[in-house]
Design a binder for this molecule. Sequence first.
Ligand code: COA
Length: 171
Amino acid sequence: MRMIELSLFNPAQTYGNIKQFDCGHPVINSFVRNSLKSQVKKNLSVAYVITDRRQNHRFVGFYTITQYTIDVSALSALSLGSLPRSVPCSRLVMLGVDKHYKGLQLGTKLMRHALLLTQSVARQIGSFGLYLDADPLAIGFYQKLGFRLLQDDQSPEPSPMFIPVESIGMG
Ligand SMILES: CC(C)(COP(=O)(O)OP(=O)(O)OC[C@H]1O[C@@H](n2cnc3c(N)ncnc32)[C@H](O)[C@@H]1OP(=O)(O)O)[C@@H](O)C(=O)NCCC(=O)NCCS
């Protein structure tokens, strides 16, 4: 029986199995093992983690989020009305769920948390929405949550996607 918990990642804390974390994506796995703690310690981003308390607080999923500005031209496909040249927003940088815990709605739980956090940041310091660069295999997952591709047909890899804060909660 799993005891899943979502909490703020604490770089001073020891998480079970963090060195064995495997979401099937080598870049994200290597980030967790080698860079996550130092990046959070330097306040370059904040991370939220899902742990399984029944498995010695096993590190089973996470996301990182940070501040970002996006050039208004990058949002042209979404026709979001008049905006300043540099649009303040939030950026989801990394997301991953360990392959032993996939398909349990944990990825969705993490993303819902990131979307609510973006709403709260918007109320506190201003944020026009949440931006991310999607791995081609994950585009469908983000579209289910209301994200839209910024360059539809000739989308590069990874693919820029965005959800305006006004659309959060409308998915
Ligand atoms: C993408 C990822 C975070 C999804 O996590 P997860 O916990 O397995 O996903 P969930 O259980 O919350 O899935 C929610 C829904 O999205 C669907 N889904 C999951 N991954 C999907 C994908 N890659 N493409 C399309 N749909 C997807 C599921 O089928 C499920 O559909 P349902 O609600 O109709 O049952 C996880 O597969 C992962 O870590 N992938 C490797 C790392 C990665 O690609 N990260 C993102 C890089 S941009």
